[in-house]
Design a protein around this ligand. Structure first.
Ligand SMILES: NC(=O)c1ccc[n+]([C@@H]2O[C@H](COP(=O)([O-])OP(=O)(O)OC[C@H]3O[C@@H](n4cnc5c(N)ncnc54)[C@H](O)[C@@H]3O)[C@@H](O)[C@H]2O)c1
Length: 335
């Protein structure tokens, strides 16, 4: 943690002395050096055109609410137009943006043939795309032995290929302008391997690999920033919507989420990430962060701990009381 970081988010990096360092954003850590000499707050995103996928729920929905309090243009995408219209109304009621600043653009990430047309629609409306936030996605709660192969196909189609496809549509525009930000909501499950989420982990590992490669390919375009955001458990509908053992089955309703990070806090930290062009951030409360550190730096210990905690999680899943584990330590493995 940075010295003086006790106040967490209330002591933003802008106040800190120049220099490269590894900092904590309050309880949530970004494993990344701050850019030297700077340290922007989210207001620096003013006057940008931001396209958010998965804007109808959870992290994406909260992200557009917080962005709508600044002077930005927003494109809201997800599959359900009605839900997007609801989110738009709230943005207009509580934010400072006007009707002309917000475009509802229904989009199915798995329908890759529609992505080019959607990109053109955004460019036609606002003339540019400054920030693409690849947020839409789904999780999984099923054992490898039980999960139908279609579950894996769907998770790769949506979380991985859908994101890659949209990014590829937007990229030529950013390259032409030599600027832009591609922010992808990955997960701690892109670093930590978790039982019951094998397909989800695979899709998020794949995404992390893809964007790390893309970042290197873009070195001659320093104005294009590729950011990967890895949250731990955050309050949203991600578990409710998670695929079970068949692609037609979802987990459904889940019990309390109070142990998870508040969506608003996660999003605030994401905005700071975006304003500061950070390459990779880990956003989580303890002990989730600690487990991620173990996976990164002490994989042998991480595997030992995973076996202990994972066993319990699997037992609970098998005995049909999987919801109980959401409150206990085995949630170390949440998406
Ligand atoms: N909430 C967490 O604990 C957590 C942790 C780590 C990462 N994440 C990631 O955060 C992102 C947002 O998830 P969330 O937690 O807000 O969950 P959520 O279920 O509340 O929201 C998911 C969003 O993705 C959209 N979506 C789903 N399938 C889609 C499709 N085919 N096409 C377009 N949009 C689609 C949904 O409509 C919704 O808007 C996901 O990528 C998820 O993997 C969440």
């Amino acid at each position: 943690m940075c010295p003086g970081d006790k106040a967490g988010i209330e002591s933003p990096p802008a106040r800190r002395a120049p220099g490269i360092r590894t900092c904590a954003l309050g309880k949530a850590v970004q494993e990344e050096a701050w850019p030297s000499g700077t340290g922007a707050e989210e207001q620096e995103l003013t006057d940008t055109v931001v396209w958010v996928t998965g804007a109808s729920s959870g992290i994406g929905e909260e992200l557009v609410y917080q962005l709508s309090k600044q002077r930005v243009s927003l494109v809201l995408s997800a599959r359900r137009e009605q839900e997007l219209e609801r989110v738009k109304r709230r943005c207009l009621e509580n934010g400072i943006i006007k009707e002309k600043d917000i475009l509802v653009l229904p989009l199915d990430l798995t329908d890759r043939s529609s992505h080019e047309v959607a990109t053109k629609a955004v460019l036609q409306e606002f003339g540019r795309i400054d920030i693409l936030v690849n947020n839409g996605g789904r999780s999984q709660r099923s054992l490898v032995i039980d999960a139908n192969l279609d579950v894996y196909k769907e998770l790769i189609e949506l979380n991985y290929l859908g994101t890659v496809s949209l990014t590829k549509c937007v990229l030529p525009h950013m390259i032409e302008r030599k600027q832009g930000k591609i922010v992808t909501v990955n997960s701690m499950a892109g670093i930590v391997s978790v039982p019951l989420s094998s397909g989800y982990c695979a899709s998020k590992y794949a995404l992390r690999g893809f964007f790390n490669s893309l970042r290197t390919e873009l070195t001659e375009y320093p104005g294009i920033v590729v950011s990967t955001v890895c949250p731990g458990p955050v309050q949203s509908r991600v578990v409710e919507n998670a695929l079970a053992d068949d692609v037609t089955k979802v987990v459904g309703s889940v019990r309390g989420q109070s142990y998870k990070m508040a969506t608003s806090r996660c999003v605030r930290l994401m905005l700071i990430t975006m304003a500061n062009d950070l390459k990779e951030v880990w956003i989580a409360e303890q002990p989730f962060l600690l487990v991620t550190y173990l996976w990164q730096y002490m994989p042998t210990w991480a595997r030992w701990l995973s076996n202990k905690l994972g066993k319990k999680r699997i037992e609970n899943h098998k005995s049909g009381v999987v919801r109980a584990i959401y409150i206990f330590l085995s949630n170390t493995y949440q998406s």
